[in-house]
Write a protein that binds this ligand. Structure first.
Ligand SMILES: [Zn+2]
Length: 293
């Protein structure tokens, strides 16, 4: 069954399974810490609602949802801001009939809704078209306008304890000796741990040490050029580098900040060359102040 893909959220899933049986599903808010499976659950719910077998993973609808090409699944996402125009467009579409069973709208992150966008969404949330399901995602329930909150059913996603994470990771075949490193690298996010489990962590460590060694002998432009041509795993490699620098956090605070900033810019699709150059310049100037890495 599809729900096995979400780990450690049994209570939330039990609630959701109860709701699927209803003819009309209220608008939902999935809230809880980053990386605990909120978005994954929303996608599985979208799949389950449009499948005649509650998510078989084989029918055309399930396969389209898996490829993120489902005609009735709309994801509105932004870390920055979701503006009123996007909501107006959403409302216009919400009155179209679905091709399968339900049109599912996922808003991630709902705290990015501007106040105008939130007001525009209110009436639709209050009386959603019969075949529409709204799922709002947020890490902080209080960051969502109270008028929106009061029209949705909140479903809480919990942070999995380290012990739970260990159990889950053993369950998906991660070598017991690698688990503690994997949890540390992922900063407590099980979603990241699931993503990073395919990396060889000691290889990443070697790569990062090589990376930092170059900072001692090259200038920023050459370094940026090297990184640009050699490194295909940005921005994930930045998480590994941050973990590495955190071993001596006081000494490396500014460097960590430079990496976090670079990661943020890469995720916003900024020009990679400029991001790398900027990051390398910052690294080199701090090296002059604080000495080697
Ligand atoms: Zn199916």
């Amino acid at each position: 069954m599809l729900w096995n893909e979400v780990q450690g959220q049994e209570r939330a899933i039990l609630e959701i399974e109860g709701l699927i049986k209803r003819e009309v599903m209220p608008p939902l808010i999935f809230y809880g810490p980053e990386g605990v499976g909120k978005r994954k659950t929303a996608l599985i719910l979208a799949k389950a609602l449009n499948c005649s077998d509650c998510g078989c993973d084989r029918c055309p609808s399930c396969r389209q949802a898996e490829k993120m090409m489902h005609p009735d699944l709309v994801i509105l996402e932004s870390k920055d801001s979701i503006k009123v125009d996007s909501i107006r467009e959403l409302i216009k579409q919400a009155h179209l009939k679905p091709l399968y069973k339900k049109r599912v709208y996922i808003i991630d992150d709902a705290s990015a809704l501007t106040s105008e966008a939130s007001s525009c969404l209110l009436k639709t949330l209050e009386e959603p078209p019969l075949y529409c399901v709204f799922i709002l995602i947020t890490s902080s329930l209080s960051a969502i306008f109270s008028t929106i909150r009061s029209r949705c059913l909140p479903i809480r996603f919990r942070r999995q304890t380290k012990e739970m994470q260990r159990e889950i990771l053993v369950g998906v075949g991660v070598d017991k000796g690698k688990i503690d490193d994997l949890i540390r690298f992922s900063g407590g996010s099980l979603s990241l741990a699931m993503e990073y489990k395919r990396y060889n962590l000691s290889l990443q460590k070697e790569k990062i040490e090589g990376w930092f060694a170059k900072f001692k002998v090259k200038n920023a432009i050459d370094l940026a050029e090297d990184l640009l041509s050699a490194e295909k795993t940005f921005p994930q490699i930045l998480d590994f580098a941050i973990f590495y620098l955190e071993q001596e956090i006081v000494l490396n605070l500014e460097r960590i900040e430079a990496l976090l900033e670079a990661k943020e810019h890469l995720l916003l699709n900024a020009n990679r060359r400029l991001v790398f150059e900027n990051m390398c310049f910052k690294f080199l100037s701090w090296q002059e102040v604080y000495g080697g890495l």
